[in-house]
Design a binder for this molecule. Structure first.
Ligand SMILES: Nc1ncnc2c1ncn2[C@@H]1O[C@H](COP(=O)(O)OP(=O)(O)OP(=O)(O)O)[C@@H](O)[C@H]1O
Ligand SMILES: [Mg+2]
Length: 296
C-alpha cells in the first residue's frame, strides 16, 4: 500500500469521538458573571458556563486572561460584581467561604503553600478538626483518603520526606477528605515531568470515575487534549470557545485569537499533508492513550 493510502487508512479506522453534552445534571452554572479587581478594568466579562456532575473540563487561555480569577470566583475567594453562580441549582452568591469550601476544593499550584503540619496524616485530618466530626470518623476518613491517594504507607512520614509528586497528592488528599463535589486544580502539572504528570492525571481520572467533578486550569495543550473531553477557552476575560480539545486545536484562527500555543500535532499534520487536523489529533491522542494504558 502506498504511504498516503496507509496514512488515510490509519486515520479512518476509528470513529471520531465528538464532544457531546453530558446527560448529567448541572453542578455549577455561571450566569452573566463579571468581575474586576479594584482600580482595574473588568477581568471577567459576562461569563456564562455550565459544568455537569462528573465532568473533567479544562480551562485554557493565555497569561492574564482571567483563568485563576474565574477559579477564585468558583471557590468563593472573590465575589462577582454582577451575575450569579449556581451550585446544584441554588444561588451561591451569598455563600460564606466555609460553605463554598464544602462544595469546591481548590488545589493551589504549589503544594508547599498548602501544608501547615509536619506529619502526613495530621495534614490530611487538619480540615476535619474544625468540623463536627467525631474522632473515630476523622480517623476513618483520613485513612480512606490516604488509601485513595496512594499515601497510606507514608501516613507517619514527615511531609518534608515526600517526593514532589507525593506532596501534590497529599495536597489533593487534604482537600478530598472534606468530600467536595467539585475539585478545581490550578496548573496541576506545572513543573512536573512526564512520569509525575501521567501519575497525577491517572489519579484524577480515577477520582472522576468515582463521580467527582474536575476542573483543570492549564497552559498545557497536550494535557487538555489527552485528559479532557471538553475545553473552555478564555480570552480577554470572555469565553470564546467551549468545545472538544481536538476541534479547538484544529481551529487556527481561534488558536491565534486566544494566543494559545499551537500543538506540535498540528504541525505534524501539515507536514504529512493531512487536511483533516481534527481527526488526526483525535486519532493520535487515542493511540497515545492506548500506549499509556498498556504501559501501566
Ligand atoms: N489580586 C489581584 N489584584 C489585582 N489584579 C489582579 C489580581 N490577580 C490577578 N490580577 C490581574 O487580573 C488579570 C487576570 O489574572 P489571572 O491571574 O486571573 O490570569 P490567568 O489567566 O490565571 O493568568 P496566568 O496564566 O498567568 O496564571 C491580570 O491582568 C492580572 O494582572
Ligand atoms: Mg493563573
Amino acid at each position: 500500500m502506498r504511504k498516503l493510502e496507509r496514512k488515510k487508512a490509519w486515520l479512518n479506522d476509528i470513529p471520531v469521538a465528538k464532544y457531546e453534552q453530558p446527560i448529567h445534571s448541572p453542578i455549577l452554572e455561571i450566569q452573566n458573571v463579571s468581575f474586576g479587581y479594584p482600580d482595574k478594568q473588568a477581568t471577567l466579562n459576562n461569563v456564562n458556563l455550565t459544568i455537569h456532575r462528573g465532568e473533567m473540563v479544562s480551562i485554557v487561555g493565555a497569561n492574564g486572561t482571567g483563568k485563576s480569577t474565574l477559579g477564585k470566583l468558583i471557590c468563593g475567594f472573590e465575589k462577582p460584581i454582577s451575575g450569579t453562580l449556581l451550585f446544584n441549582g441554588k444561588n451561591g452568591n451569598n455563600d460564606s467561604l466555609k460553605m463554598r469550601g464544602e462544595q469546591v476544593g481548590f488545589v493551589l499550584q504549589n503544594p508547599n503553600q498548602m501544608f501547615s503540619k509536619h506529619i502526613v496524616q495530621e495534614e490530611v485530618g487538619l480540615g476535619l478538626l474544625h468540623k463536627e466530626v467525631s474522632p473515630d470518623e476523622v480517623k476513618l476518613r483520613v485513612e480512606q483518603t490516604l488509601k485513595v491517594c496512594g499515601l497510606y504507607p507514608f501516613r507517619n512520614w514527615p511531609i518534608s520526606a515526600l517526593s514532589y509528586g507525593q506532596k501534590k497528592r497529599l495536597s489533593i488528599a487534604a482537600i478530598l477528605v472534606m468530600e467536595p463535589s467539585i475539585l478545581l486544580l490550578d496548573e496541576p502539572t506545572a513543573g512536573q515531568d512526564y512520569k509525575h504528570t501521567t501519575e497525577l492525571m491517572t489519579f484524577l481520572e480515577s477520582l472522576q470515575t468515582q463521580g467527582i467533578t474536575i476542573i483543570l486550569i492549564t497552559h498545557d495543550m497536550h494535557l487538555m487534549t489527552e485528559y479532557t473531553k471538553r475545553a473552555i477557552v478564555l480570552s480577554g476575560g470572555q469565553i470564546i470557545a467551549d468545545d472538544s480539545p481536538a476541534k479547538i486545536l484544529a481551529n487556527t484562527e481561534l488558536i491565534e485569537r486566544a494566543n494559545l500555543k499551537q500543538s506540535s500535532l498540528h504541525a505534524l499534520a501539515t507536514t504529512l499533508h493531512i487536511t483533516d487536523h481534527e481527526r488526526f489529533v483525535e486519532k493520535f491522542i487515542q493511540f497515545d492513550r492506548e500506549v499509556r494504558l498498556n504501559e501501566q
